[in-house]
Design a protein. Structure first.
Lengths: 255, 255
DNA sequence: CGAATCGTTGATTCAACTCAACGCGAGTGG
DNA sequence: CCACTCGCGTTGAGTTGAATCAACGATTCG
């Protein structure tokens, strides 16, 4: 199946949304037909969210796990002085709260960034499948582990890189993840975030994000049109962002 | 079993070190006797490490998973300009690289902070137990998920909190984790890190850590003697550090 | 005792923040 | 259809929190 066919499947909303999830899980593992059938047999609800709408709030009790079928989603925490830190940005194909397969209380907020469609499963039943089909369990656990690796890189990014490097790193990560998810080439993509939101993801102010993006543009590394990014010089951007994709474990094929 | 008895078990090196792991896993779940027996039957090696010694280097192939039986361990990544970011600090009772139960290549370094003793298992056999005994699988997966939650809080801490808040937060987290692990009360504990290492964990320089710790001390929130910390005013420190322990999910009892 | 490491302190610099103003495009309502 | 608002991006000027640079004291250890 061609890379971009996924988008078409999703475009047709009536197409089984669980296909997107199956595709994701089989990115790294073969799943047997019985396992796939079991996943397809999961009860689920499909929900649409408007930009900014809360999918989940910190402190809430949760009994379900969600998956992005369309749109962008982000996760954030609020600190004491009112500041916000975005801890993750999710594309189509990402699990957004796999942790709630076991954790019963949300420790952060999840919101739609753009209009977004999510599939939600009863956490208990998904967990159950993880144990009845070890291949499913492995695939889901692996998703958790790679997400954790991405958080580690996030700590490094905001902790030890300056604004320019940090920003370039984020652009690289999104480009590579998008490409790996089969959503299009890394050379040019939509980045539907305000500069304020980018700042909240990078631990910077919107003003400084603005200046930093303009610097990267002036250096010929990227081009910008509205909220889309064109990577003008991938190798240059990669170097500027101190980016190596090892932590995404894209080529992980356990066994 | 009393809280501090764990230390004694560990002190007697001949006592089965796997007991420490069993204790950790049963902190949240009951494990059946067959599951416990299976864990106790795992082949393992016990290794001592000197301060600073590498347990694992970024880029290495890994086939095993480790657990801290004694001492302190930290995990770090190095950035392009030579800076280091410590992404996690581990106490006795913590898994330090549970991710290698499935990820075959290390994406960061793991080093001993103090003299430390680790138990190492063949990853494959541990994974195998996770599927033969769903209770074990759940307990291990849950550890991964909570670790990820800790990384998220780490992103928030370095991304959106100032030096004083950040530092107080770290002190609170270590106090609470130590207490939860049954290693002693939160009021006073050893923090066997140089100010340089604290800085690398917080995204600060050692000079600024020094000034910040002195500020916290001058404010009457902590007292310091060598590398031990006494929390003089827990509620004050908690507030200074914008600390709430929800993200540690200490009272998580799924089902 | 000498070397090395770590903590402490002061002086200075700088990266990022704050505050403020203005332009622009997309809605929206009269 | 135009005036208005509102959110967002842009830019400048001034401030500040943390870094840098540098020196020195304390402690440990061979």
């Amino acid at each position: 199946m061609a890379d971009y066919e996924v988008e078409q499947i999703v475009a047709r909303r009536e197409a089984v949304p669980l296909e997107v999830m199956i595709r994701r899980l089989t990115r790294r593992f073969e799943l047997s037909q019985p396992a796939i059938d079991a996943l397809l047999g999961l009860p689920y609800t499909l929900k649409d969210f408007a930009p900014g709408q809360y999918i989940l709030r910190e402190g809430e009790q949760v009994q379900q796990s969600s998956f992005v079928v369309a749109g962008f989603v982000y996760r954030s925490k609020i600190v004491g002085d009112g500041g916000r830190q975005i801890v993750a940005i999710h594309l189509m194909g990402d699990f957004v709260d796999l942790q709630h397969i076991m954790l019963r209380r949300a420790d952060h907020n999840i919101q739609a960034l753009t209009p977004a469609t999510l599939v939600q499963f009863p956490a208990e039943q998904l967990l159950d499948l993880a144990y009845r089909y070890p291949e499913i369990g492995k695939a889901l656990w692996l998703e958790s582990l790679i997400e954790a690796a991405t958080f580690r890189e996030g700590v490094v990014n905001v902790g030890r890189r300056d604004a320019r490097t940090r920003t370039a790193h984020l652009l690289c990560e999104l480009a590579v993840r998008r490409e790996a998810a089969g959503l299009g080439p890394r050379g040019s993509y939509e980045l539907p975030m305000s500069q304020e939101q980018i700042g909240d993801a990078l631990g910077l102010t919107s003003v400084h994000v603005n200046r930093t993006l303009k610097t990267l543009e002036a250096e010929g590394l990227i081009a910008r049109t509205k909220r889309a990014v064109t990577v003008a010089d991938w190798e240059g951007l990669r170097r500027a962002g101190d980016f190596t994709p090892h932590y995404l474990h894209l080529h992980q094929k356990p066994e």
